[in-house]
Design a binder for this molecule. Structure first.
Ligand SMILES: [Fe+2]
Ligand SMILES: [Fe+2]
Length: 172
């Protein structure tokens, strides 16, 4: 059984993951209308992943005797001044999500809810990876600057972008 405090905090995270999904969906649409299919595909995939993060929490809350809340969401930004600005926003948002997950972990320990603490470890590892991906992309965008040819190649390469983050690589 979830404590009232934990249920409230988990429901808040459900809202954050749902909003993340909307934020990346809006970014996907902007990239798509700008003709950058690779970036759009990446964002559509990110959006779907955030929905999966949300659903995983929804199932957990309901399974543990709580009631997952489907709430109104804040409207995302739908236009950006540049791709750099868009990816900066993605990176900042992932840092915000990581902070929120860390706070949740903190609450679970305060409440001595070790099941929830254990459940949240997946999110902790996931955030390490998400931040690594966002930072890698931002580094590449900073290298490209305003070069149109560079952006064209970036759009092609993002399709196959894989980032070996500390959470996914087994040291040999
Ligand atoms: Fe997420
Ligand atoms: Fe994320």
């Amino acid at each position: 059984m979830l404590s009232e405090n934990i249920e409230k905090a988990l429901n808040n995270q459900i809202k954050i993951e749902a909003e993340s999904s909307q934020i990346y969906l809006a970014m996907a649409c902007w990239a798509e209308v700008k003709g950058l299919e690779g970036v759009a595909g990446f964002m559509f995939k990110q959006s779907q992943e955030e929905r999966d993060h949300m659903l995983k929490l929804v199932k957990y809350v309901n399974e543990r005797g709580g009631h997952a809340q489907v709430s109104a969401l804040a409207a995302p930004n739908v236009t950006f001044n540049s791709f750099k600005e868009m990816f900066e926003e993605l990176y900042k948002h992932e840092i915000f999500v990581s902070d929120s997950i860390n706070e949740l972990v903190h609450i679970s320990l305060q409440e001595k809810d070790y099941s929830t603490h254990n459940f949240l470890q997946w999110y902790v590892a996931e955030q390490i990876e998400e931040e690594a991906v966002a930072r890698t992309i931002l580094d590449k965008i900073n290298l490209i600057g305003d070069d149109k040819g560079g952006l064209y190649l970036f759009d092609r390469d993002i399709v196959t972008l894989t980032v070996n983050s500390a959470s996914t690589v087994n040291p040999q």
